[in-house]
Design a protein around this ligand. Structure first.
Ligand SMILES: *Cc1c(COP(=O)(O)O)cnc(C)c1O
Length: 388
C-alpha cells in the first residue's frame, strides 16, 4: 500500500482524470498536426479537436465558440484581461476596482498597472468573505473601466454574487471580469445571465492538464476590446499569438465535459464529505470555519485553529494529509494568507489555518482518517503549549 499522504489540496491542482488522459493521448502522436495548418489533414484534424473544445467551453458558460481565447492558464487569462482592458480603454479612464481576497494573478497585474499610473480600488470583504455591494456602489467613478471579482475563492471557497455585480457594471457601461479558475465545472456559470464580459478559466483545477486555460471575451452587447499581451502569428483573433497546444486543449474540453455531466451528483457527494469532516472537527473548541456557510464551493473547508502554532500544525498534519495553509501560489512566501487577514483574523490565527480541498477521488474513509489525525494533532499541540 502506498504510504503517500491523502491528497486534500484540490484547490492547488487536481490529478488528470484517466478519461481525460485517454482523450489527449492520440494528439501527442498520430494527430500531432498544427491546428493552423490549413492545407492538409493533419492540420484539419487538430483544428477539429480545438473547435470541439471551444464548443464545449462556450456551452459551459453560455457563450459562443468565437469568444473563447486559449491561454496557458488562468494566470495568463487574468493578465490578458486586466492589462488588455487597461491598455485598450486607456483613453476612457484609468480606474480599476478589485477585491482584497482575489488571487495574486489578479492583484499583481493590478499592482503593476498602479506603477504605470492607474488607480486601483481594492474592496474589503465582510467577515463571511463576500463583498458588500454597497461598497462596490461607492467605489464606482466616471473613469472606472474595469471591475474584477472572482467567481469562487481558492482559499475559503466563497462564491461572490456575480449576477448582482454584473448588473451594476452593465448599468454603468463598465467591463466586468471574473476569475473563474475555481468555478468552471463546479458551479453553474452563465455569461449572459450574469452579464460577464471577461472570464478566466483553467483546466487543472477540474481534473484536466496543467498549462492550458482560456479567456472568454465578449463579442456582442458590448464588444470588448483587448490589447494583446503576446504578439506573433495572430492566433486567437490576434488576441493571443502562439501555436495552440492541441493535446492540452483536448484535455481541457474533455475535463469540462465530464465535470458538467457530473456536477450535480458530485456536488452532493462533496458536500456530504465536507459536512463529515466539519462535524468531526466541530468536536474541538476554538475552531473557526472560514467563509460563508452556504455560498461556497462544495469541496472547500477552511479552518483557523486557536491556541496552536501554524507551522507546527502543518508539520503535524503532513505525514497523513496533503493540505495547505493559504494558497499554493503564495506558499513560497512566509506572509500569512491575505485572504484570511481580509476576513479580520489576526496574523497568528491566519497562520494557524488549514485549507482542505476535497475532490473527485476522495472517499468517506479518507475523510475519517484525516479528521481523526487532525483532531489528535491539534489536541496534542494545545497540550504542549499549556505545559510550557
Ligand atoms: C489556480 C488559480 C489561478 C491560476 O491558474 P493557473 O491556470 O494555474 O495559472 C488563478 N486564479 C485562481 C482563483 C486560481 O485558483
Amino acid at each position: 500500500m502506498s504510504t503517500r499522504p491523502i491528497y486534500l489540496d484540490c484547490h492547488a491542482t487536481t490529478p488528470v482524470d484517466e478519461r481525460v488522459l485517454a482523450a489527449m493521448l492520440p494528439y501527442f502522436t498520430e494527430r500531432f498536426g498544427n491546428p493552423s495548418s490549413i492545407s492538409h489533414v493533419y492540420g484539419w484534424e487538430a483544428e477539429a479537436a480545438v473547435k470541439q473544445t471551444r464548443e464545449i467551453l462556450a456551452t459551459a458558460i453560455n457563450a459562443t465558440p468565437e469568444e473563447i481565447v486559449f491561454t496557458s492558464g488562468a494566470t495568463e487569462a487574468n493578465n490578458l484581461a486586466i492589462k488588455g482592458v487597461a491598455e485598450a480603454y486607456f483613453q476612457k479612464g484609468q480606474h480599476i476596482i478589485t477585491v482584497a481576497t482575489e488571487h495574486s494573478a489578479v492583484l499583481d497585474p493590478c499592482k503593476y498597472l498602479k506603477t504605470l499610473g492607474f488607480e486601483i480600488t481594492i474592496l474589503p470583504v465582510q467577515k463571511d468573505g463576500l463583498i458588500d455591494l454597497t461598497e462596490l456602489e461607492k467605489a464606482f467613478r466616471p473613469e472606472t473601466v474595469l471591475v474584477s471579482v472572482m467567481a469562487a475563492n481558492n482559499e475559503i471557497g466563497v462564491l461572490q454574487p456575480l449576477a448582482e455585480i454584473g448588473e451594476m457594471c452593465r448599468d454603468r457601461n463598465i467591463i466586468f471580469h471574473t476569475d473563474a479558475a475555481q468555478a468552471i465545472g463546479k458551479i453553474p456559470l452563465d455569461v449572459q445571465a450574469m452579464k460577464i464580459d471577461l472570464m478566466s478559466l483553467t483546466a487543472h483545477k477540474v481534473y484536466g492538464p496543467k498549462g492550458i486555460g482560456a479567456l472568454y471575451v465578449r463579442r456582442r452587447n458590448p464588444r470588448v476590446q483587448l490589447a494583446p499581451q503576446q504578439h506573433g502569428g495572430g492566433h486567437e483573433r490576434g488576441m493571443r499569438s502562439g501555436t495552440l497546444y492541441t493535446p492540452q486543449i483536448v484535455g481541457f474540453g474533455k475535463a469540462t465535459e465530464i465535470a458538467l455531466a457530473e456536477q450535480i451528483t458530485e456536488n452532493q457527494r462533496l458536500t456530504q464529505l465536507r459536512q463529515r469532516l466539519r462535524s468531526q472537527l466541530s468536536q474541538l473548541e476554538g475552531i473557526h470555519f472560514n467563509g460563508h456557510p452556504t455560498q461556497r464551493l462544495a469541496g472547500n473547508l477552511n479552518i483557523s485553529v486557536e491556541g496552536v502554532d501554524g507551522a507546527a500544525l502543518l508539520l503535524g498534519l503532513q505525514p497523513i494529509m496533503a493540505v495547505s495553509s493559504g494558497s499554493a501560489c503564495s506558499s513560497a512566501t512566509t506572509a500569512p494568507s491575505h485572504v484570511l487577514t481580509a476576513l479580520g483574523h489576526s496574523e497568528k490565527l491566519a497562520y494557524a489555518s488549514v485549507r482542505f480541498g476535497i475532490g473527485r477521488f476522495n472517499t468517506p474513509e479518507e475523510i475519517d482518517i484525516v479528521a481523526k489525525h487532525a483532531i489528535a494533532t491539534i489536541q496534542s499541540l494545545r497540550k504542549q503549549t499549556t505545559l510550557v
